[in-house]
Design a protein around this ligand. Structure first.
Ligand code: NDP
Ligand code: MG
Length: 383
């Protein structure tokens, strides 16, 4: 049985992962789990799954922590997490931390020779150029948890990149696919968080509303599948039944389909290349009836257009764009800027940034931190 660490176990992906564990007992043994603040849920899960090590990554005083389950050691802070990743005998780290905070753990795990099941797309957005050589150096594997990338992995059917003409990534279109453009300036937080097909954490839900998420996923696909940007396309598919497609050089297209649930890509990341029972979702085509497709308008979703430019530039710019966006959606969440300001802030930050082509970890971490603080400080009064 594989021994795994689940980072961000209390979040949306973490919760779906736990559902997979419950429906597939004996699949893995959880050796380590983390949350940032939510000790209650972390301890409940530690008790249920007899997890020996848990980490609260935020700066929390151990004195304020009570009700620690028997047989469980609680560790505090990101340095403690880093040390555990270097010393525990883990086969797989399942990284479901949200946002830029997840990057370091992906690098530390791979450096320690541990395979990574990756939900945290920001790891590749910020440090894809560091992850790729690490995988080769440490003979580790990186398996996607993001549904689109799991779909591509499955549809590739083990064929080499040379046989692939292009990757077609699907997007639901989010809550504002049909909203008249003149109404975008009045979009509020509750509307933004009402995703039509997926129930997810705050950042990825906001990024789906602005379509930045699809830009981040194109960067993720570029690094995961060694595919040039010219051969990665994204289209809207509102039903979210086709999770992505691979078009081969002879014109044949393979799509991976199912009713949307993150349990399927999570399970596959843990069982790859096998498909195992029991089923985690049932798809009834007679009930679905239609599958639709639309182009992504960069007028409606300007952050998607910006992400394509940033992806092509590479280097430090994806980190800067992502950090500016994390700060901007935080300002939107606390009602200090409007929905349309998210793009304005991110574009202005990217515009005035100096790029570096092959940044090291320290530069990425410092830039991420400084960009976030710059946006939070300088743009908080736009309403
Ligand atoms: P959530 O916000 O629901 O959960 C985030 C998890 O990370 C929680 O356990 C949280 O702990 C922890 N966390 C939050 N901030 C930090 C931090 N600064 N340092 C360490 N840990 C932290 O996120 P999701 O589960 O939605 O997303 C996780 C990742 O998976 C993202 O990168 C997202 O893009 C990706 N993803 C998500 C999908 C989904 O369906 N949700 C689909 C595809 C990809 P606490 O609970 O204590 O705050
Ligand atoms: Mg996705």
């Amino acid at each position: 049985m594989k021994s795994i660490g689940i980072l961000g176990i209390t979040g949306s992906i973490g919760t779906s992962t736990i559902q997979v564990m419950r429906s597939h007992p004996g699949l893995v043994r959880i050796e380590l789990a983390t949350s940032h603040n939510n000790s209650k849920k972390l301890f409940r899960l530690a008790e249920e799954f007899s997890i020996p090590h848990v980490v609260l990554t935020n700066q929390i005083s151990p004195d304020s922590i009570t009700d620690i389950p028997r047989g469980c050691t609680v560790h505090y802070g990101t340095d403690a997490l880093d040390s555990l990743l270097k010393t525990l005998p883990l086969d797989v780290v399942f990284n479901a931390i949200s946002g830029s905070a997840g990057m370091q753990s992906t690098l530390t795990s791979l450096e320690a020779g541990i395979d990574v099941a990756l939900a945290n797309k920001e790891s590749l957005v910020m440090a894809g150029h560091l992850v790729k050589p690490l995988l080769a150096k440490t003979h580790t594997t990186l398996l996607p948890v993001d549904s689109e990338h799991s779909a591509i992995l499955q549809a590739m059917s083990g064929r080499p990149v040379e046989e692939v003409h292009k990757l077609i990534i699907t997007a639901s279109g989010g809550p504002f696919r049909q909203l008249p453009l003149e109404d975008f300036s009045h979009i509020d937080l509750a509307q933004s968080l009402k995703h039509p097909t997926w129930d997810m954490g705050f950042k990825v839900t906001m990024d789906s509303a602005t379509m930045l998420n699809k830009g981040l996923e194109i960067i993720e696909a570029h690094w995961l599948f060694d595919m040039p940007y010219s051969r990665i396309e994204a289209i809207i598919h509102p039903q979210s039944i086709i999770h992505s497609m691979v078009q081969f050089i002879d014109g044949s297209i393979l799509a991976q389909m199912s009713k949307p649930t993150m349990q399927l890509p999570i399970l596959y990341a843990l069982t790859h290349p096998k498909h195992v029972a029991p089923q985690v979702t049932h798809t009834d085509f007679l009930a679905i009836k239609t599958l639709q497709f639309e182009a992504i308008s960069t007028q409606r979703y300007p952050l998607f257009g910006l992400a394509l430019q940033v992806a092509a530039a590479g280097g430090l710019l994806p980190t800067i764009m992502n950090a500016a966006n994390e700060a901007a959606i935080e300002l939107f969440r606390t009602r200090r800027i409007r929905f349309n300001d998210i793009f304005t802030l991110v574009a202005a930050t990217v515009e005035q940034a100096a790029n570096i082509s092959h940044p090291d970890v320290e530069t990425i971490l410092t830039t991420n931190h400084d960009t976030r603080n710059f946006v939070l400080k300088n743009f908080q009064t736009l309403i």
